[in-house]
Design a protein around this ligand. Sequence first.
Ligand code: AMP
Length: 297
Amino acid sequence: MLVVEDVSSLRVKLDEIPPETTVGFVPTMGGLHAGHLALVDASVAGCDKTVVSIFVNPAQFAPGEDLAAYPRTLDADLSHLRAAGVDMVFTPPPAAVYPSDFCTYVTSAVGDAATNAASEGASRPTFFRGVATVVAKLLVLVRPTCTYFGRKDAQQCAVVRRMVEDLWIGLTTRVVLVDTVREQDGLAMSSRNVYLAPQEREHASVLYRALCAGREAVDGGERDSDVVRERIRRIVAEWEATSKPPGVSFELMYVSICSADDMREVKGNIREDSGEVLACIAALMGKARLIDNVLLL
Ligand code: AMP
């Protein structure tokens, strides 16, 4: 497995790959867990060569967020990737991605504050500018046949899919979405779960339980989005009232029933003919900001 820090060396190595070879690309911020490795496995299974990037992207962290504290576990990450059969790992230093005169960013209106007040875009106003910019740069650099993203980050999937289409990157690269990998109790795996104190970790699966209750309502025939939203909120509120330990700080940030394509909030009834519909949730538990979603229809 080749580990490359330098942009032009990576391009030289990629250019040595014969043109008929398919290349899968998995962008990550490291701190790798089984969720990331599911993307890697999908790429290794689906493409001839697999390239992974590990880059903690400063542009997607707002001032005061956890850029400095973000888990960095490069040695362990590389041994996981080696074992998974990855061919190349790109680990650029920040200055290689954002030189001092860098001034061009990609922005997306998908799920921004103007289109959905209960979204990641609304909660973290500059986040998707950072994500879209680094993903665009990496896709232009690697020019993969397929690129793999986790459904865990629903708005990221929507932003990337739309960006790839809008910027014609999709003419050469297909975006493949991979299902969320969960801990045994249902908590979605995330690099940030290491921030959870033991008592918080014990209770963090309440978000998934609440989402599942919403999905059960839809499975049972419920179509009123207000009822489904309320059902999800009620599970969280009941947990807060009856089970939350006093030492666990918790704030529900949003519950959203929205279209997976454009992240617009569903008003009124959930329609069966309007593409995938998601229930999304975000909450602060202790120091960890947790997000999750499930497919409703
Ligand atoms: P990150 O390192 O957090 O930027 O994530 C890199 C990629 O892994 C993104 O496409 C994420 O959506 C995906 N990912 C993170 N956690 C999971 C998970 N639990 N299941 C599936 N994919 C995930």
